[in-house]
Design a protein around this ligand. Structure first.
Ligand code: DX5
Ligand code: ZN
Length: 215
């Protein structure tokens, strides 16, 4: 199991140090939550902040776009240093074309489903995808409770992908901590995002090690 601390829970007054701290603590990638106040009822940060953070760590940047029209900003996020860009299947952009655009920049493309969206919504796009992100909270805020009833989507996507010859990673995001990570591992999740569980822990290295052990 790979652990992706969510940058949303970092101390933004020390953005660079926070990224260095996560790399030293054993994080596998950094998850960056971009929100536009329209697709979700919260506003976070955009491509410039990601670009400022980029020199502080070699870890891959896993950029989660919770924005209504991601196709307008893919170039900005690619140039800011994103390694993976996730868009939502519920957004207003043309999904296939936006995934093609992400891939055209040599960035890995991923597609996310909100809790009320069925797993089958991603099936038409599997050939364009590196990863599927299954939301285990309603997107918008860190620190919410884990929705275990989302986990059956993981097996559904993995099974369908395997049957159709696609090798796809599954990431889960929201409410993942020491209490919930074992269920995620059992469901077949490859990458777990953890915001509060890692950034707010007194010892991030210990928190990451413990999450990996429990998984
Ligand atoms: C929620 C975000 C998550 C969030 C996770 O909309 O996509 O990445 O930061 O935070 P925790 O782990 O605190 O639920
Ligand atoms: Zn996220």
């Amino acid at each position: 199991m790979q652990i992706a601390p969510s940058f949303l829970s970092c101390d933004f007054s020390k953005l660079g140090e926070e990224l260095e701290r996560m790399e030293k603590a054993g994080a596998d990638l950094i998850h960056l939550d971009v929100m536009d106040g329209h697709f979700v009822p919260n506003i976070t940060f955009g491509a410039p902040v990601i670009k400022w953070g980029r020199p502080y760590t070699k870890l891959p940047f896993d950029v989660h776009l919770m924005i209504s029209e991601p196709h307008r900003y893919i170039k900005d996020f690619a140039e800011a240093g994103a390694d993976i860009i996730t868009i939502h299947v519920e957004c207003d952009s043309d999904i296939g074309a936006t995934l093609d655009l992400i891939n055209s920049f040599g960035v890995k493309a991923a597609l996310s489903v909100k809790p009320n969206t069925p797993a089958s919504a991603v099936f038409p796009y599997l050939d364009k995808l590196y990863m599927v992100l299954v939301m285990t909270v309603e997107p918008g805020f860190g620190g919410q409770s884990f929705m275990a009833d989302m986990l059956p989507k993981v097996g559904e996507i993995k099974r369908y992908a395997r049957e159709h010859g696609h090798d796809i990673l599954i990431e889960a995001d929201g409410g993942i901590n020491e209490q919930t990570i074992a269920e995620c591992a059992a469901a077949g999740i490859d990458i777990s995002v953890s915001g509060t569980g890692v950034f707010k822990a007194p010892d991030a290295a210990k928190a990451i090690a413990q999450l990996k052990e429990l998984a």
